[in-house]
Design a protein around this ligand. Structure first.
Ligand SMILES: *[C@@H]1O[C@H](CO)[C@@H](O)[C@H](O)[C@H]1NC(C)=O
Ligand SMILES: *[C@@H]1O[C@H](CO)[C@@H](O)[C@H](O)[C@H]1NC(C)=O
Ligand SMILES: *[C@@H]1O[C@H](CO)[C@@H](O)[C@H](O)[C@H]1NC(C)=O
Length: 194
């Protein structure tokens, strides 16, 4: 037992000497802070600004290439589709027409989460493709009672140029086909970001 321990310790010692990432190479300063304030310039952050983006969201549920699919059917005989889950990868275009310039994709889900009206819980990432925002994403999570004229949902964060983003979106249905269930929704996004 004592011999095994000795061999183990010797191996550990050799490992510590040879390993460039041994604890001795970590400075005491790095070792003893859990949290500390830092200058925002160290993260390349300059002045916070407020921007307004506008684009159109296309929910294509019909046809041979839907961008939005029903994953879980509503439960029981609910009149509000309670329990339904949809997942989408919807185009975001500059103008209301699908043929208009593609500026991003909205990737996320909507769940019917109300038993008293058609009220969705929506979570989506806007993955932008346009200009300097190409490659940056915004995350929106909120309540969407789809038959209201204007629905407001919070911007809860983002990545890339949208690090530290916060704000809100206003969603307004532009067009809805009760036959195909396809929809076009105007999104106005008001967001603080760096
Ligand atoms: C719908 O479900 C409720 C509760 O389960 C039940 O009482 C009712 O009879 C059902 N209605 C129909 C039309 O199936
Ligand atoms: C966006 O970035 C990707 C990857 O860097 C690039 O392939 C693509 O062409 C860019 N799109 C636009 C519209 O600039
Ligand atoms: C934004 O989302 C796209 C698509 O999912 C991903 O490729 C990209 O890495 C994300 N950008 C950042 C900065 O995380």
């Amino acid at each position: 037992m004592a011999k095994t321990l000795f061999i183990f310790n010797t191996q550990l010692l050799i490992f510590l000497i040879l390993c460039p990432f041994s604890p001795t190479s970590i400075s005491a300063e790095d070792d003893d802070h859990f949290v500390r304030p830092i200058d925002r310039k160290l993260l390349g952050l300059k002045k916070e600004k407020l921007s307004h983006f506008r684009f159109y969201w296309h929910d294509v549920v019909s046809g041979r290439q839907p961008t939005s699919v029903l994953v879980v059917q509503p439960q029981g005989n609910s009149t509000t589709a309670f329990g339904m889950l949809h997942i989408h990868d919807n185009p975001l275009t500059l103008g209301p027409k699908m043929s208009s310039k593609l500026v991003g994709k909205a990737q996320g889900f909507y769940i019917s989460a109300s038993q008293s009206e058609i009220g969705l819980l929506m979570g989506q990432n806007f993955a932008f493709l346009e200009g300097k925002y190409n490659g940056s994403n915004l995350t929106v999570l909120g309540r969407n009672p789809v038959f209201n004229k204007v629905r407001e949902m919070p911007v809860v964060g983002g990545s890339g140029l949208f690090r530290f983003a916060r704000g809100y979106v206003e969603a307004r249905t532009q067009w809805f086909s009760s036959k195909s269930k396809d929809a076009i929704v105007e999104y106005n996004v008001y967001v603080f970001h760096y």
